[in-house]
Ligand binder design. Sequence first.
Ligand code: UDP
Ligand code: MG
Length: 149
Amino acid sequence: MIYHMFGKITLSIIKPDAVKKGHSISILSKIVHAGFHIVALKMTELSKKSAIKFYKEHKEKSFFESLVEFMSSGPIISIILEKENAVRDFRILIGNTNPIDAEKGTIRNLYATSLEKNAIHGSDSNQNAFKECQFFFSSREIFLIEDIL
Ligand code: UDP
Ligand code: MG
């Protein structure tokens, strides 16, 4: 299990807008250069049902239906990243949810096109990071640094 990695991993998704536009490699490169280690990665897609499940905390929000539609509209790349303070540092790297407010040079500043189509997801807490990692990956698909060195 990955429970001992609590606090050192986060879950990211390169969203359908960024995958479609061909930004995946540039985004991955930026992530790795920022000191994150890729410990799990897959190209996949979310069914509507899975998108609803993944974003269930937002189900009462006005943007929920559109978000589910968007997130299931094409391939995504889901990634587990390992780093000290992964959740916090990754949220800084991706920038504000709304690209208009995202700091210059952040992934959302560079690649997002709207508040909804904001290119990338990052977990917002260690608790959610753990749940989201399990949502996408089985323990056999995760290769922690300590296990491969
Ligand atoms: N979103 C949206 N409209 C909003 C707020 C959020 O379409 O007013 C979308 C956007 O794609 C965002 C996702 O819903 O990334 C999840 O929202 P959250 O508030 O959790 O933002 P995040 O944690 O992704 O920054
Ligand atoms: Mg969130």
